[in-house]
Design a protein around this ligand. Structure first.
Ligand code: DC
Length: 227
């Protein structure tokens, strides 16, 4: 298929390497990278700061419509998140925010509220979008769908290293336990649970390094889109 505009959906569990790979592929192909987890993290961060319960849908929905959540692509080429005018790109990566993001993302009304914002981005330009339900719900007609995964232990090891590089020394066992809990949460929720779309290609990166993973995903893309 030769297309002027196309969309690539990358779904998978946390720590599978979706964002690092998607970011690199976006740069190589000259298309927009959209990290949808950052939107849920921004909401999670607000709930965390205001001591609101992310498990209560009514509590989340009572504040969500009033929040100003913006995604801005700045000269560094990265997606920055703004909450009520404040740049929260760094804060949303705090480990404490991850479970808040996962818990608030389980609510159907929260997901519906964010759907249009994500779809609009893909209507306006070629995108590579990563998340949990991009191929199944957000962009069911995406030209390419990849389900990126790796064993829990490998993903936890990568996350442990990432935290260490950022100066957070957390025990590997704790990182693994949290990852398994979040996987459970994301795959067992009733609305838009994490699962591979029927027409997705599963790429397991357990035994692959970054460059090999990138080439594996690029070859899936090349099979579907003539670049
Ligand atoms: O990709 P991430 O780890 O930054 O995402 C944080 C949480 O947001 C994740 O645990 C589940 C939720 N999420 C989602 O439900 N749907 C998406 N498309 C992206 C993320």
């Amino acid at each position: 298929m030769t297309k002027k505009q196309y969309s690539i959906a990358i779904d998978g569990p946390s720590g599978a390497g979706k964002s690092t790979l998607a970011k690199a592929i976006a740069k190589e192909l000259g298309i927009l990278y959209v990290d949808t987890g950052a939107i849920y993290r921004t909401i999670g961060y607000y709930l965390f700061c205001h001591k609101l319960d992310p498990k209560k849908e009514a509590e989340v929905m009572s504040v969500l419509p009033q929040l100003c959540i913006e995604m801005k692509y700045e000269p560094d080429g990265l997606q920055h998140m703004y909450l009520d005018g404040k740049n929260v790109t760094k804060e949303i990566r705090l480990p404490e925010v991850s479970m808040y993001a996962s818990d608030c993302s389980a609510h159907g009304r929260v997901r519906t509220f964010l759907l249009e914002m994500q779809r609009r981005l893909a209507r306006e330009q070629s995108v590579i979008m990563d998340g949990r339900d991009i191929g199944t719900v957000v962009l069911p007609d995406a030209d390419v769908k990849v389900f990126l995964t790796a064993s829990s232990e490998i993903r936890a090891q990568r996350r442990y290293q990432e935290l260490l590089d950022r100066g957070t020394n957390k025990a590997y066992e704790e990182v693994l336990a949290e990852l398994i809990e979040r996987d459970y949460n994301d795959t067992h929720r009733e609305v838009a649970p994490l699962r591979p779309a029927e027409d997705s290609v599963i790429v397991d990166t357990s035994a692959l390094d970054f460059e090999q993973s990138k080439q594996a995903v690029l070859s899936v893309i090349r099979e579907k889109v003539r670049l």
